[in-house]
Design a protein around this ligand. Structure first.
Ligand SMILES: [Ca+2]
Ligand SMILES: [Ca+2]
Ligand SMILES: [Ca+2]
Ligand SMILES: [Ca+2]
Length: 458
């Protein structure tokens, strides 16, 4: 009885003291004073990108406006942000070795202060050798390591997962219920990773992270782009910067993956690989030393190591690893060649075969499971350089041939499959068929390959 009374008394005191702080009389009736700037010191040089600017709290301020410009009269703004409630801000995308000026004012319900005094700083150079990441994901000695709990201790991470592109029959929208089902089936499969083709949604990323599933986040590059055009390159960089700024602090992100098999379409040239290096530097301008690894999605291992394609290690100093989509019954010879081309590790972002035997137009899911299992053994045997893989693909997609309402056998001939044919709508580890129980959602049936991986990935 006595203890309870004491506890209530303390609670009341805490509430009372909070209330007192909130009703600060200074805040209510005057414009706040202009803030004073704290860091970096005026005329500092060699400030690491991304720069963090810090100012002192202005009594009574509700929020701050921060401006950064390339001139002291602030006519060429590179950053301008209202409504900042903290007293520091990280500025993405500043150039290296460049001078900048900055100032801050304070606002509350009464009005806005004058500007602070102006300070200048000069940014440092891009490090010649990309430093080891201090962020949640890093690559060291060709191994992937993560520290999502932020305790400074990194744990090894081996990629086990699926190329993820859920598309309901008839191109129906993807609802949050369907996303949850997608995550649940990944959990049952003991997968820890998905690979997306486009920019993953923030909500989905957060939900994935809560289940310890991380995302190789795809940055789609239109295959129609002429990558030799400066304005096109700038647009791609701007779009990528938006993605990185938006998602960099989300615990779902594992790796940024640039393009998809661009070397089979508009990127079989040095313009593509040099753009990838520039994109990786853009990511560094935003994330700095806490960067996520950046990889290039490549078709097979073609061009890797080529100096004339600018796809050699000396040209790709800010690319951390390669990603490959590779379809071969035996991957081992490719891995042997790969080791002679680059010192970067490799993640497999697509492999396997589809589940339809084109010769008899019937599913041969045992064969799919056997071949995917063989590929997985080959991947495991190359663990000195291969960091794991995502199987192509998670669920059947009915839109790829014929119409999106019918399961069509269309595809293309290939020597890499026992039936000599890739049936594009039958690649799922999970078979998708129309809704029969009336809940509005397609039926999902894991194929043998799903259970094979679930056992392997335990
Ligand atoms: Ca840790
Ligand atoms: Ca179809
Ligand atoms: Ca087939
Ligand atoms: Ca259903």
């Amino acid at each position: 009885m006595k203890k309870t009374f004491y506890f209530i008394l303390v609670s009341v005191l805490v509430v009372a003291s909070c209330k007192k702080d909130e009703s600060n009389p200074v805040a209510a009736d005057k414009i706040p004073l202009a803030p004073t700037l704290a860091a970096p010191n005026d005329t500092s040089s060699n400030i690491a990108v991304p720069v963090i600017l810090v100012w002192n709290e202005s009594n009574g301020a509700a929020s701050y406006t921060l401006q950064v410009a390339t001139d002291s009269s602030f006519s060429s703004l590179v950053y301008s942000q209202k409504g900042i409630t903290a007293t520091s801000q990280q500025i993405p995308l500043l150039d290296f070795l460049s001078p900048y000026y900055w100032r801050v004012n304070a606002t509350n319900s009464v009005g806005t202060s004058g500007w602070s005094s102006v300070r200048s700083f000069t940014t440092g150079a891009l490090p010649l050798i990309k430093p080891l990441s201090a962020g949640p994901v890093r690559i060291t000695n060709k191994k992937l390591e993560v520290d999502y709990d932020g305790d400074g201790v990194y744990e090894p991470y081996y990629v086990k997962g699926a190329a993820y592109s859920i598309t309901p029959i008839g191109d129906k929208p993807i609802t949050s219920t369907l996303e949850d089902r997608g995550i649940q089936y990944l959990k049952y499969m003991n997968a820890n990773t998905i690979r997306t083709y486009g920019i993953p949604g923030k909500t989905m990323l957060t939900k994935m992270a809560a289940q310890n599933i991380r995302v190789i986040a795809g940055f789609w590059v239109e295959t129609s782009y002429d990558l030799s055009l400066l304005e096109t390159r700038q647009k791609v960089k701007d779009d990528f910067a938006k993605m990185v700024i938006d998602l960099k602090d989300n615990p779902g992100v594992l790796i940024w993956n640039l393009g998809n098999e661009q070397n089979y379409v508009n990127g079989n040239n040095a313009n593509w690989y040099s753009l990838c290096q520039e994109l990786a530097i853009v990511a560094y301008q935003i994330e700095g030393e806490k960067y996520h690894p950046v990889c290039i999605s490549n078709g097979n291992i073609y061009n890797i190591g080529s100096a004339s394609m600018k796809a050699n290690d000396a040209s790709l100093t800010y690319i951390d690893l390669w990603a490959t989509n590779i379809y071969e019954l035996n991957l081992t010879p490719r891995f042997e060649t790969y080791r002679t081309k680059t010192n970067k590790p490799l993640v497999i972002t697509e492999f396997g075969i589809d589940a339809l035997d084109n010769r008899i137009q019937q599913e041969y899911e045992t064969t799919q499971s056997v071949i995917d299992s063989m590929n997985w053994s080959q991947i495991l045997s190359a663990s000195d350089v291969v960091l794991g893989g995502t199987v192509f693909e998670y669920t059947d997609e009915w839109w790829k041939a014929g119409n999106s309402q019918s399961h069509d056998p269309g595809g293309y001939a290939t020597g890499a499959h026992p039936d000599g044919y890739s049936n594009e709508e039958w690649w799922g580890m999970i078979a998708v068929t129309p809704d029969v129980n009336g809940d509005g959602y397609d039926e999902w049936r894991p194929r043998q390959v799903y259970y094979m991986f679930a056992r392997n990935w335990k």
